[in-house]
Design a protein around this ligand. Structure first.
Ligand SMILES: *Cc1c(COP(=O)(O)O)cnc(C)c1O
Length: 431
């Protein structure tokens, strides 16, 4: 398996190179070249496999040139020390709970896998500097995934004042090989600074940089298998299957589209967004217009210029017609999010988080007009947003203790401006 760049101007690379470089020389994102779909029999027999076994069969396709099977199986079982249950919320509507990992968001899966791949590849090498921009949940997932790994120093950029206290504490209190840069700006500024760092020659000559954002292919690939695992847990597979993906940087949706190309029978994907809606707008107009991000209560999806959209365009050969056939877009305001959390809790007892709530709403809106079976991704544990949720449902919710341990620790950050030179100065100062 070779990985090509979405900009098509640099040569293709192996999985190992793609993971370590993070981004292609021409500034494009890596994308897997040719692969064949699984047989119908394989898909039908998924039910007999465990989560780790399904993960192994899927991920192996993408990494087998560089990671021996035995090591891969170990990496995956170590990554997946928690379950990913499919929970029935109401008739024909299921929640794929991706939030049972250590930091209670789906990003644990990609981050833990990436960290273990890096460890596998960099054993006995000089450590790399992993740069990562976060709108909230990436920071904690990456920090926890990489904590104490001697192969990597992690530098996290996040927008000051735009993540919740709990999210912030999850990646600013760890110490060791984790440094948090508090940027006076937006998430998009952080993402832009990280991108610029990768294309800065002087910086790249002096230090080995890598990325842990969802743009890193090793974050994306492990997200493919949970679509298969979800499918294996469905009770009935008669109606067309719809999967609704609460989206921000569009990694999860890209992974879902890859699952479909591997033969998983998903009829339609839903790009469910908050008021940051460049992709739903594109689906209507055919024109992609990145915009500055706006703050919402589903803050991990406050992305105005989703990085993974380049991969989706490549996958569909830039055909708007083809894209809008397979992906439907919906977007919702904070008021609508609050209302649906309230209604679903009172109707069914199920507690949505603000991100999953968007996925649920979009799914229901689509299913109003089509007879189908639907899965929405629940991307974060509601306890991560407990004050908002408790205010909406007027009930105390259970909070896993691992969420609170970090609150007692002291936040340690370095304040910088939203200018690339400030990041560069910091990185040089660390050498
Ligand atoms: C990151 C995140 C998203 C958005 O996922 P993308 O793959 O970036 O589209 C949605 N929900 C939560 C809770 C997240 O942390």
């Amino acid at each position: 398996m070779k990985y090509i760049s979405t900009n098509r101007k640099s040569k293709s690379v192996t999985f190992r190179e793609a993971v370590i470089k993070g981004i292609a020389d021409d500034n494009g994102l890596f994308y897997p070249g040719n692969f064949n779909p699984f047989s119908v029999e394989f898909i039908q027999e998924l039910k007999q496999l465990s989560l780790s076994e399904i993960a192994f069969e899927i991920v192996r396709i993408f990494v087998r040139d560089n990671i021996p099977d035995r090591d891969l199986f170990e990496i995956l079982t170590d990554t997946l020390n928690f379950d990913i249950p499919l929970v029935k919320v109401e008739n024909e509507v299921y929640s794929l709970e991706l939030f049972h990992g250590p930091t209670l968001a789906f990003k644990d899966i990609g981050a833990r896998f990436l960290a273990r791949c890096m460890r596998h590849f960099l054993k006995n090498d000089d450590p790399v500097t992993v740069l990562v921009a976060t709108s909230g949940d990436t920071g904690s997932a990456v920090a926890n995934g990489f904590l104490r790994l001697k192969e990597a120093n992690v530098v996290i950029l996040y927008p000051s004042g735009k993540v919740s206290e709990l999210q912030e504490k999850q990646f600013t209190t760890l110490g060791h090989n984790i440094t948090a840069l508090e940027v006076n700006g937006t998430f998009d500024d952080c993402q832009k600074m990280v991108k610029q760092a990768f294309s800065d020659q002087e910086l790249n000559q002096k230090m080995k940089l890598s990325s842990a954002n969802s743009i890193n292919i090793a974050r994306l690939i492990p997200q493919i298998f949970y679509y298969f695992y979800a499918y294996s847990q469905l009770e009935s597979k008669i109606k067309p299957l719809i999967v609704s993906v609460p989206s921000g940087n569009y990694g999860n949706l890209t992974a879902g589209l890859l699952a479909k190309r591997l033969g998983l029978p998903i009829d339609v994907f839903i790009a469910a967004s908050n008021i940051n809606r460049p992709v739903p707008d594109y689906l209507v107009t055919g024109i992609f217009t990145p915009r500055p991000s706006r703050q919402t209560i589903a803050n991990a999806m406050d992305v105005g210029n989703p990085g993974n959209f380049a991969r989706i365009l490549l996958m569909f050969d830039h055909s708007w017609e083809a894209i809008k056939k397979e992906i439907k877009g919906y977007s919702y305001t904070d008021e609508q999010i609050r209302a649906v959390i309230y209604n679903v809790y009172h109707k069914t007892g199920y507690i949505l988080d603000p991100h999953g709530a968007i996925g649920y709403m979009a799914l229901k809106e689509y299913m109003n007009s089509f007879d189908a079976c639907g899965i929405f991704l629940e991307t974060a544990h509601p306890a991560k947003f407990h004050s908002i949720i408790e205010e909406i449902i007027q009930t105390k919710i259970n909070i896993p203790s691992r969420l609170f341990q970090c609150l007692e620790k002291e936040k340690k950050t370095i304040l910088i401006n939203n200018q690339f030179d400030d990041l560069k100065d910091f990185l040089f100062s660390k050498m």
